[in-house]
Design a protein around this ligand. Sequence first.
Ligand code: CU
Length: 141
Amino acid sequence: MRRLFHVTAVAGALVLALGACGSQKDTGFNKLSTPKATGGGGGGATEIKLVTGNAFSPKTFNAKVGQKVTWDNTDTQQPHNVVSDAGLFNSNPDCVNDQTKCMAEGPQFSFTFDKAGSYPYYCQIHGSKGGNGMAGVVVVA
Ligand SMILES: [Cu+2]
């Protein structure tokens, strides 16, 4: 009778110890899985915006070789497209003849620049080659 009580007490202590151990283990796991804020990735703008007033912002965009540049249309008041002066890219070739085929709202067009250089472009509705009107340049280095 007395011995049985002793065994029960030990078993109870063991359960408590295991329980404590288990909760400690959970805490450790949660700590490990907590996502850490990283310092990288803050290297400036990755997009060129088409803004109200028929302009590209920033007008001169600096990119690295191999970088994918995205044009984000935030102006729903006017039809726009993005056309390279050198014919390298054209977001919406039919935009000039049919304005329903111009750029929709949002980040609708991207181009990856594989070589260093200066790449002027313009909107065919509000600008022209040579940096006139709604125009910009991507400088790749
Ligand atoms: Cu435009």
